[in-house]
Ligand binder design. Structure first.
Ligand code: ATP
Ligand code: MG
Length: 311
């Protein structure tokens, strides 16, 4: 029995063109994710939407459309196939949509926020890859709008972590104004302009704010800001700057300024585009030796980390 309380048992579940399901491996607010084998035996991830209501169907088909429109890039999760369930599966209804993508066995960045024996060279490498992924997504005309630790998947590249940006379910075109004000996202990582649904101020710098919150948490083990309810999150993102910066490992001088610029309240005070943030990160002098600085250890989980989709 898996931690999801289900087992596929002896049943052989075959989806679409021969994807053989193995076991549940992850879940989010809108989907369950399973490992599976593709027809050639390679391991893949199958994300199955929980709902067959119009909104649920729309979310996964939108995610598939975004993935399809992004050309292959090593730091962005590609779409391999899509379909719908033709029978119930682990409480998921027939007709539920699914997407197949390569499986990343290294878990998500959530575990890295708590993990010990992490060094700046590992974290800096991951942040670089996430910025390369964001650069690609933005260059293809999209904003991710839900960057957070649990949406960055990790693989292994000859012993080095390799980060891939996933979960493009609420990505939006940069150049298309939503029909109505939306405040969708994950409150702990949402930039101030997302709470007001201010599309004129929403752009690449909105994803960079989320990256700032993710990076701060990776480096210090704690979120830059804390709140419980959506209203509280709005207030803290709009009004409070993170308090003391206490890294849990040696970091380059200037990293705090880099992070605080990403977390600026006004989008025009942040780096305007991902490549500018990447250049600035590369320009920081690296600290290779581990200083063993006493930092606050990560105790929080992804907590209120589920994506809220509110109109
Ligand atoms: N390709 C993959 N490889 C490995 N694990 C994956 C993959 N896709 C998804 N997962 C796991 O499943 C979890 C949920 O996936 P995903 O974030 O796409 O779902 P969601 O319902 O859209 O989530 P959210 O709550 O962020 O809206 C991920 O956090 C991760 O643990
Ligand atoms: Mg997710």
């Amino acid at each position: 029995m898996s931690k999801w309380g289900v087992t596929l048992g002896a049943l052989v579940w075959v989806l679409g063109d021969g994807y053989r399901l193995e076991q549940p491996v992850g879940e989010g607010s809108s989907a369950m994710v399973f490992t599976a084998r593709d027809p050639e035996g390679a391991r893949v991830a199958i994300k199955v939407g929980r709902s067959i209501e119009a909104r649920g169907l729309e979310k996964l088909s939108h995610e598939a459309e975004v993935m399809r429109s992004l050309a292959a890039h090593p730091s962005v999760l590609p779409l391999l196939a899509q379909g719908v369930l033709d029978a119930p599966l682990c409480g998921l209804p027939p007709g539920a949509p699914w997407l197949a993508s390569p499986f990343h066995a290294g878990g998500t960045l959530t575990a890295w926020c708590r993990r010990e024996a992490v060094t700046w060279s590992m974290v800096g490498g991951i942040l670089r890859q996430v910025l390369c992924g964001l650069t690609h997504v933005h260059a293809r005309g999209w904003l991710h709008l839900d960057l957070k630790p649990s949406n960055v998947f990790l693989g292994d590249d000859s012993g080095h972590p390799r980060a891939v940006l996933g979960d493009l379910g609420i990505a939006r075109r940069r150049d298309t104004r939503p029909r109505q004000k939306t405040t969708s996202g994950t409150p702990a990582y949402m930039a101030p302009e997302r709470f007001s649904g201010d599309w004129d101020r929403t752009g690449p710098a909105t994803d960079l704010y989320a990256l700032g919150a993710v990076s701060w948490r990776l480096v210090t083990g704690s979120r830059p800001l804390r709140a419980s309810t959506l209203d509280e999150w709005r207030v803290v993102h709009e009004a409070l700057m993170p308090a003391a910066f206490v890294p849990r490992f040696g970091v380059p001088e200037g990293l705090e300024d880099w992070l605080r610029r990403l977390l600026a309240k006004d989008p025009s005070d942040r780096y305007s585009e991902a490549p500018a943030a990447l250049c600035a990160l590369d320009a920081l002098s690296g600290v290779e030796g581990e200083l063993g600085m006493a930092g606050e250890q990560g105790t929080s989980t992804d907590g209120p980390g589920a994506t809220l989709v509110a109109a």
